[in-house]
Design a protein around this ligand. Structure first.
Ligand SMILES: [Zn+2]
Ligand SMILES: [Zn+2]
Length: 275
């Protein structure tokens, strides 16, 4: 049997109030799928009530770190369990995140813009969907430029806000400008397989953006964004195929906040299909 090489790079815990299953259950499913490990990346705490209903509370942070450590000990020698975090980016979040990122030894920090969040919409959505798309992509570039993140999660999530307003030809130049800026930073971007369950049922980002990313040598990390254990590594095989079609032959994975590379051929061989 080929040795495991892949990690689930994006997954959650019940502390964020909209995921189910203990990290141990996610690890068990990862083992079934032939993964080497999991990086727990739950939604970060934010002061002053920014979308407080979908993230851990401020005073639960230590609990989170302990939970991941406990799971790491429990799975030692079988599944490599690592601590990560998914952090919401919006202009003004920088100082808080800078501080938060020093509070534990993280392995993978995701930067996310969640355009469905009410507090974000209140500040940046004036009812014009195209304007909102432009703001999203300029914030995406800005988030990379902060240097706070390893990987930008689901980097075209905005397309699901007003699906009928998502027009490749109209937004193309704005996406290209954002990708030029991101490429200069060296920050990775995610291919998030959970997009298949969204209003526009395709991974985030879609293939045409992946091709633009590849042209700029932007590294890709794959993640299922699992909020239930059985979605660990969900659609990873399909994701690898899409990446190859877009020109990639390697994917990235972060440990100790440093990117390592895995060949797609090797990754494909190591996966075990769900039964
Ligand atoms: Zn979530
Ligand atoms: Zn997530």
């Amino acid at each position: 049997m080929p040795s495991p090489v892949l990690y689930e790079s994006h997954m959650h815990t019940p502390l964020c109030k909209h995921a189910v299953g203990s990290p141990s259950e996610y690890a068990a499913y990862a083992e079934k799928r032939g993964l080497k490990g999991i990086i727990v990346t739950c939604h970060n705490p934010i002061p002053a009530g920014y979308s407080a209903n979908v993230r851990m509370d401020m005073d639960e942070f230590d609990l989170y770190v302990d939970l991941v450590e406990k799971t790491r000990q429990e799975w030692k020698g079988r599944i490599d369990v690592r601590l990560g975090l998914e952090c919401d980016y919006f202009p003004g979040a920088e100082l808080w995140l800078e501080k938060l990122h020093t509070k534990a030894d993280f392995h993978h920090i995701l930067g996310s813009i969640h355009p469905q969040v009410e507090e974000y919409q209140e500040r940046f959505f004036n009812g014009n969907s195209f304007e909102y798309q432009k703001i999203y992509f300029s914030h995406l570039a800005e988030s990379a430029e902060t240097g706070l993140f390893d990987t930008l999660s689901h980097p075209d999530l905005i397309k699901n806000i007003s699906p009928s307003e998502w027009d490749k030809n109209r937004i193309l130049d704005h996406v290209r400008t954002a990708l030029d800026r991101i490429a200069k930073t060296g920050v990775s971007m995610e291919l998030n397989t959970s997009g298949c369950q969204k209003v526009i049922p395709e991974m985030n980002p879609g293939a045409w953006i992946l091709k633009e990313m590849h042209q700029r040598d932007i590294p890709v990390v794959i993640g299922a964004d699992a909020h239930v254990p059985t979605r660990v590594a969900d659609k990873y095989l399909e994701a690898l195929t899409i990446l190859e079609e877009c020109g990639y032959d390697k994917i990235g994975c972060f440990l100790e906040r440093k990117r390592t590379e895995i060949s797609i051929t090797q990754a494909r061989r190591s996966l075990i299909e769900p039964t």
